[in-house]
Design a protein around this ligand. Structure first.
Ligand code: PMV
Length: 320
């Protein structure tokens, strides 16, 4: 029996991934860039089960069936195919963050799963190979393999992997917003955006430009330019999503109020910019020295956490 345990952290994109060119290979329409967080990790153990007749999946101590199990089992199939080992496995996973915080748990989840599974099945992979593998589970997981800052190029099956990029030190101030509306999965919403949003093409063109500008701004250590690109890119993603038919709106009234506060802080001389993924939580970015003041100013909107650039996916243990 071979077992491996890995830990990976969520990441938040400064230039977003929104749309697939190939949904089997999980190739994105555009490149993206992110910061890996230093909190809310997922820890996953994969234990091969020579006598089992199916994979099992436990999340936070609860047995999971249906769609999440299907996604995990499909992912394990890929590794079984590559390793030539046909055994099923028991997967036990734990998200260390507050449950249902809606914080990129598919990114940390599939990044940890990719590393643990590849080890448990005896594959010896370089970080780029683990990143390529993680991509097949969830696009954003591609970037969680990499510590600190990552660029994930659109590429093809071989080249669509994340790589480290230098960027000036910064903090992410995560505001966890409670929202009641039912979420549409990012998978479904990406499809609907491509099929029905009149702004889809504009999203693709401007995101390609945004990524090139972001790479320049990172090389220059230009936080102001990084912040502007980040906020504009997030707003454009949400504009494209909201223009779907039927429309999808991830931002809650509270989210909009946070973006307004971020702008007000900026107007008052505190340099911070906002972004939001496919949900109501808002993430502000700031220079390290401003993070506590920004966190204090946003605390009235929900639970606030200050995060620094965090580690890439790591193997915690493996055993024969
Ligand atoms: O790979 P997914 O299904 O977790 O999609 C991620 C989409 C966004 O979080 C909205 C953007 C991004 O680049 O992480």
């Amino acid at each position: 029996m071979t077992t491996a345990t890995a830990r990976a952290y969520p990441n938040i994109a400064l230039v977003k991934y929104w749309g697939k060119r190939d949904s089997t290979l999980m190739l994105p329409l555009t490149g993206s860039m992110s910061m890996t967080l230093d909190d809310f990790p997922t820890v996953t153990t994969v234990e091969r089960q020579p006598d089992a007749s199916a994979d099992t999946f436990e999340l936070g101590g609860e047995v999971v069936t249906d769609e999440p199990l299907r996604r995990v089992a499909e992912f394990l199939d890929l590794v079984r195919e590559r390793s030539g080992v046909r055994e099923f496995a028991a997967v036990r996973s734990k998200n260390e963050g507050p449950t249902a915080a809606g914080l990129a748990s598919s990114a940390s989840g599939f990044a940890a799963l990719a590393l643990a599974t590849s080890k448990a099945y005896g594959l010896s992979l370089e970080p780029a190979d683990v990143s390529r593998l993680a991509r097949r589970g969830s696009g954003s997981a591609t970037r969680s393999i990499i510590p600190h800052f990552a660029v994930w190029r659109a590429g093809d099956d071989e080249t669509s992997v994340a790589e480290a990029i230098d960027a000036p030190d910064m903090r992410m101030i995560v505001v966890v917003v409670q929202a009641r509306q039912k979420e549409v999965s990012s998978r479904e919403a990406m499809k609907r955006t491509a099929a029905t949003s009149p702004y889809h093409q504009g999203w693709i063109t401007t995101t390609e430009e945004a990524l090139e500008s972001m790479i320049e701004a990172c090389a220059d250590g230009d936080f102001t330019r990084i912040g502007r690109i980040t906020e504009t890119n997030a707003m454009r993603m949400h504009a494209a999503i909201q223009a779907c038919d039927p429309p999808i709106r991830y931002l809650a009234p509270q989210s909009i109020a946070i973006f307004d506060r971020i702008r007000a802080l900026r107007d008052a001389g505190m340099e911070t910019y906002g972004t939001a993924d496919a949900g109501p939580n808002v993430v502000a970015i700031s220079r390290p020295e401003d993070a506590d003041a920004v966190a204090k100013a946003l605390a009235e909107f929900g639970e606030v956490r200050v995060m620094a650039p965090g580690p890439g996916a790591e193997l915690l243990a493996d055993s024969e």
